[in-house]
Design a protein around this ligand. Structure first.
Ligand SMILES: *[C@@H]1O[C@H](CO)[C@@H](O)[C@H](O)[C@H]1NC(C)=O
Ligand SMILES: *[C@@H]1O[C@H](CO)[C@@H](O)[C@H](O)[C@H]1NC(C)=O
Ligand SMILES: *[C@@H]1O[C@H](CO)[C@@H](O)[C@H](O)[C@H]1NC(C)=O
Ligand SMILES: *[C@@H]1O[C@H](CO)[C@@H](O)[C@H](O)[C@H]1NC(C)=O
Ligand SMILES: *[C@@H]1O[C@H](CO)[C@@H](O)[C@H](O)[C@H]1NC(C)=O
Ligand SMILES: *[C@@H]1O[C@H](CO)[C@@H](O)[C@H](O)[C@H]1NC(C)=O
Ligand SMILES: [Zn+2]
Length: 507
């Protein structure tokens, strides 16, 4: 312990006091104003010139936000499962639902459609069988006859007979819904760790697998997904698609090219039958493979992606690896496979999930830099980006947008209070980013609106305004894989929808 002589302390204090008195004047208010302006102009949308009508709408939103922030149950601070009913009642949310949000750039193929539809429509179709595994999770399958027994599963039961026998189907249907989503009343207790929640997440996908890979359902599911996103005021979609083998009732199967062709046909059909006068409504697939595969399987997947891209240049946008980063293999492990397109002179854009982790300094944490080294077109999640200043600078410099998925990160336990989401920082400095929803059906979210709410109210706080929303929507087109000509067309169309929205809603 060090004891300073009394006189010494006095000397320090008096020097300080003297210094304070010398410049005891309040800071220049103009300087203060200018610093605040500088900060405001750096944030997402901070430099946009806004119209009178936009400013009026912004003032309304500001007032609504003030009210919501005063509430003791501030939705972004709560787990989404608890926040959802509050969000649904919010006037901000209902505006966001109607707001033209542009494109959804990070959504997975089998988590687009609200699970209600899977249960109430799909499982009511004929020939749908169910068995229950030892750990009480369901497996579902369509089959013309009794399917052959599945290991570690009960005997197959025809749902139609089961429902006829029980009479009241509410409990059965609700248990199916619970099997197919992560929703639970008490998420903190049900999912004490990331491992626990990922285990359930993967289980829910496995439960849905036999439904969504049944070819007729595969088609209808995608159509219904387009419809639900369209109803959420989204005009364009880029889907992370596994393109798995699909099956028919007679046991015959279809390959990934069939899947892609089906996406193309259904998109065209959706475009044609909506009877809504819009010029551009298309969607692109990003072919994905699982990051738990080994190097030789990944090699095959990249080759497959190159073939698919050659066969479907208009709708096949590129390649990604999916699955939990923390338990999968790091990108660098796949370097040979990922170098294949370059070596063959093929341009296969990458759209890597990277930095969906809080395990700083691990191999997986290296994915952000590696994704950028492989010239990724966008970064999925980039949750760890703040901890990688070089990756962050590269992403900004090269205009590699981060796909921010707030609800996904919260439900999968990377962050609990969304005001503390790292993308709040990215937003405050205008980093290139888009808002997306990752697996909305699994979380009970729909389209992009719930995630936009969290981004606007939670991440942006009182700083985000109509300019923020406008820039986020424009970013989704700007950073999409559309060609420059289509981007221009899409931006024009979006602008018209936007102006209409603003004029209808600003008072
Ligand atoms: C299920 O959806 C399809 C279209 O996707 C529709 O034709 C059919 O009527 C629906 N069936 C039920 C039972 O809701
Ligand atoms: C079916 O069961 C549920 C829950 O067990 C109950 O709330 C509902 O009223 C029942 N419906 C009918 C028609 O009996
Ligand atoms: C899944 O469904 C089965 C059968 O109805 C049920 O016993 C089980 O509790 C459900 N699992 C979940 C997680 O709700
Ligand atoms: C959708 O329809 C419009 C015309 O109504 C057309 O210009 C556009 O190319 C179509 N998009 C797709 C993906 O078919
Ligand atoms: C990679 O995985 C495949 C499929 O699981 C397996 O057949 C193959 O032997 C594995 N290759 C290596 C080198 O481990
Ligand atoms: C990434 O892009 C740079 C600059 O265009 C190029 O030199 C490099 O070879 C690319 N890297 C890969 C792995 O494609
Ligand atoms: Zn994802």
């Amino acid at each position: 312990m060090l004891h300073w002589p009394e006189s010494h302390q006095v000397a320090v204090v008096s020097v300080l006091l003297c210094w304070l008195t010398l410049c005891w004047c309040s800071p220049d208010p103009r300087l203060r104003e200018s610093l605040m302006q500088q900060e405001a102009s750096r944030q997402t949308g901070g430099r946009l010139l806004l119209t009178e009508a936009e400013l009026r709408l912004s003032a309304q939103l500001h007032k609504l936000k003030e009210q919501e922030m005063k509430s003791s149950d501030f939705p972004p601070a709560l787990h989404f499962f608890k926040a959802k009913p509050l969000i649904q009642r919010s006037l901000i949310y209902s505006l966001l639902q109607r707001m033209p949000k542009g494109a959804a750039l990070h959504v997975h193929d089998f988590s687009m459609v609200g699970v209600e539809w899977l249960v109430r429509n799909v499982t009511y179709r004929p020939h749908c069988y169910m068995c229950i595994t030892e750990d009480q999770s369901v497996r579902l399958l369509f089959s013309s006859g009794q399917p052959k027994p599945k290991p570690q599963c009960s005997s197959w039961m025809l749902l139609e007979s089961l429902r006829a026998k029980t009479g009241n189907t509410t409990d059965l249907d609700n248990s199916l819904i619970r099997n197919l989503t992560l929703f639970t009343e008490d998420p903190e207790a049900a999912y004490p760790s990331q491992d626990a929640v990922w285990k359930r997440f993967e289980q829910a996908f496995t439960s849905a697998w036999g439904l969504v890979t049944y070819a007729p359902v595969f088609k209808d599911y995608y159509y219904e997904g387009l419809r639900q996103f369209y109803m959420d005021s989204i005009m364009y979609l880029e889907l992370r698609a596994l393109l798995p083998e699909t099956y028919e009732l007679d046991g015959s199967t279809h390959d990934s090219a069939w899947g892609l062709k089906t996406y193309q046909d259904v998109t065209r059909q959706f475009n044609k039958t909506r009877h809504i006068n819009v010029e551009i409504e298309c969607s692109l697939g990003i072919y994905v493979c699982l990051r738990r595969l080994n190097a030789s399987m990944a090699w095959k997947a990249v080759e497959e992606a190159m073939n698919l891209q050659k066969a479907f240049p208009e709708i096949m946008a590129g390649f990604d690896l999916v699955g939990r980063e923390d338990s999968g293999r790091p990108l660098w492990y796949f370097k040979e496979a990922l170098s294949l397109p370059g070596e063959r002179g093929v341009n296969l854009p990458f759209f890597f999930h990277a930095g969906e982790t809080d395990e700083e300094g691990t191999d997986v944490d290296g994915n952000l830099l590696d994704a950028l080294l492989f010239n990724t077109s966008r970064i999925g999640h980039g949750f760890a980006l703040l901890r990688h200043p070089v990756a962050k600078a590269l992403s900004r410099g090269k205009g590699v947008a981060v796909e921010v998925c707030p609800i996904s990160n919260q439900v999968l336990k990377l962050v609990s209070d969304l005001r503390n989401h790292p993308a709040a920082v990215l937003m405050s400095e205008g980093h290139p980013l888009v808002i997306s929803s990752d697996d909305p059906a699994m979380f009970g979210a729909s389209g992009l609106s719930h995630d936009f709410y969290e981004a606007f109210v939670g991440l942006g706080g009182m700083n985000s305004h109509i300019g923020t929303l406008k820039e986020l929507a424009m970013n989704s087109i700007r950073y999409s894989s559309l060609s420059p000509q289509l981007k221009e067309k899409a931006l024009d169309l979006w602008q018209r929808k936007w102006d209409k929205f603003v004029s209808e809603n600003s008072q």
